[in-house]
Design a protein around this ligand. Structure first.
Ligand SMILES: Cc1cc2nc3c(=O)[nH]c(=O)nc-3n(C[C@H](O)[C@H](O)[C@H](O)COP(=O)(O)OP(=O)(O)OC[C@H]3O[C@@H](n4cnc5c(N)ncnc54)[C@H](O)[C@@H]3O)c2cc1C
Ligand code: FES
Ligand code: FES
Length: 467
């Protein structure tokens, strides 16, 4: 197996001897590329944003912005990265750098390289096209959500938005736009002390059987925080984010299947509206920077009671395909969680895919109560799927997050809803306020959580009136 290496701004550099816990950000900065900054080291500020060449959905390659502070650099073996230094130079600024400079988008400059990389990813979005402006889209088609993971402490966002909305299309001879027309680097198998990227699922399962204490990493948006803030130093890391068997997305009349390692940004693009409840969830799931790495497998793999995917997938009656060296089994998500951060998944077992039965519910709703609109963990999350026939609820499935040690189905409320006249759900909303065992903690009080449960159903019903 060749030694690991990374192509940065067009130059291929060896990654020999790099420890498994070294992040791409630390490695870049130690290599002298100090444009990307560490603001928070936990994915919240975007000062570390860089561009990575990933397979695209509409072009062979898509420049994808990622938080370099979260990704182990070894996970980028064989890949291509562009940093702010690679976009342009002081004498030859890239269009996004030029617009940021002339429109006053940078004062102290600490956040600027990160903004510039996130902005460049949106500049190169293949389907960005001029259109009617909205509060969050420029007339040039620039979607401001691309900057949802970037914080600026001193400039103020108006000049940054001005810069974004002033961007034209890339020039015909723009090298990075041209790069998107050629295939992205394939996933490179990696095997160095402490870090392995197996070539396929059988190799990954064999490795996990050999190292039952290995730490599995997909997008590393949770793992990176554990490494940076809680000092996790795994003896063996197994990267599964590029395993082809975990990358399928298929939609049939019977079932929608989503590979556990498909990033959330890709899930939205590849499903293209096939699961309306996911379309409500995904824009509220962290920032674009996080969604470009985060996966469903990672969200469910931690067993967190406040992960946002679980309530939505519970409301869709989803199941998980678990796979180990012993074979495959399917487990209803409602039976998956067994306690706080515990599940039926055994050591050496991976989530291969999520299965969602068809047809999709006729009406869906999702409410996430969090302190920040984007990029924040929920205090309470409520996902609802109902079928309504002639104004009467015939089927209801409700998933809740943040109100118990595990994500739960709101079974009593589901029963109370069936037979109710939609949208007259006040009685069922009272039942919902009593579901689970919400705690008082730093995010919210138990009383607030109960009030939000009740309010969420009323709000969802008011918004969703059948045609
Ligand atoms: C700034 C920030 C904002 C966030 N906002 C949200 C939010 O709004 N909502 C929310 O729910 N979460 C949020 N998160 C948490 C995180 O992004 C999600 O949980 C994400 O889905 C994790 O996916 P990942 O691929 O990055 O997981 P990783 O970090 O790669 O892995 C996390 C864990 O899951 C396990 N794992 C990964 N894949 C599998 C698999 N296929 N099978 C078995 N186990 C697996 C790993 O062992 C690891 O322990 C946020 C995180 C950050 C840093
Ligand atoms: S340093 Fe803040 S997101 Fe990476
Ligand atoms: S320019 Fe100072 S933090 Fe953004």
């Amino acid at each position: 197996m060749p030694s690991p290496s990374l192509t940065v701004n067009g130059r291929t550099v060896p990654l020999d001897g790099v420890p498994a816990h070294t992040t791409a950000l630390d490695w870049l900065r130690e290599s002298g590329l100090v444009g990307a900054k560490e603001g928070c080291a936990e994915g919240e500020c975007g000062a570390c944003s860089v561009l990575v060449a990933r397979p695209g959905t509409t072009t062979p390659t898509r420049w994808t912005a990622l938080n370099a502070c979260l990704v182990p650099v070894l996970a980028l073996d064989g890949q291509e990265v562009v940093t702010a230094e690679g976009l342009g130079t002081p004498d030859d600024l890239h269009p996004v750098q030029h617009e940021m400079a002339v429109r006053g988008g940078s004062q102290c400059g600490y956040c600027t390289p990160g903004f510039v990389c996130s902005m460049a990813a949106e500049f190169y979005r293949p389907d960005r096209a001029p259109g009617e402006p909205t509060p969050e889209h420029g007339a040039n088609g620039f979607d401001l959500h691309a900057l949802s993971g970037n914080l600026c402490r001193c400039t103020g966002y108006r000049p940054i938005r001005d810069a974004a909305y002033a961007l034209a299309a890339p020039d015909a001879d723009d090298a990075l736009a041209g790069r998107q027309t050629r295939p992205a680097p394939a996933a490179t198998p990696t095997d160095v002390p402490g870090f392995a990227r197996p070539a396929d699922l059988p190799a990954a399962l064999a490795l996990l059987a050999e190292h039952p204490d290995a730490v599995v990493v997909a997008g590393s948006t949770d793992h990176g925080v554990e490494v940076n803030l809680r000092g996790l130093r795994a003896r063996q890391v197994v990267a599964i984010d590029r395993l082809p068997e975990l990358h399928g997305v298929s939609v049939t009349d019977e079932v929608v299947e989503i590979g556990a390692a498909v990033t959330l940004s890709e899930v939205a693009a590849r499903l293209d509206g096939a699961v309306p409840l996911l379309d409500l969830l995904l824009p509220q799931f962290a920032s674009v920077l996080i969604r470009n790495g985060a996966t469903l497998g990672g969200n469910l793999g931690t067993g967190s009671p406040i992960g946002d995917a679980a309530p939505v997938l519970l409301a869709l009656d989803a199941s998980l395909v678990l796979v180990s060296a012993a074979g495959e089994r399917e487990v209803a998500l409602a039976d998956y969680f067994t306690g706080y951060r515990r599940s039926v998944r055994t050591a050496g077992e991976l989530i291969r895919a999520v299965r969602i039965p068809q047809p999709q519910p006729g009406l869906v709703g999702f409410t996430k109560i969090a302190k920040r609109r984007f990029d924040d963990i929920s205090s309470v999350a409520v996902a609802v799927g109902v079928d309504v026939v002639d104004g009467e609820v015939t089927r209801a499935t409700i998933g809740l997050g943040g109100v118990a040690a595990t994500p739960i189905r709101a079974r009593a409320t589901e029963e109370a809803l069936v037979g109710a006249r939609w949208p007259d759900v006040a009685a069922a909303a009272d039942v919902l306020a009593g579901e689970g065992t919400p705690l008082d903690d730093h995010r919210a009080s138990a009383a607030y959580r109960r009030a939000m449960l009740r309010q969420s159903l009323l709000k969802i019903a008011a918004a969703e009136v059948p045609a």
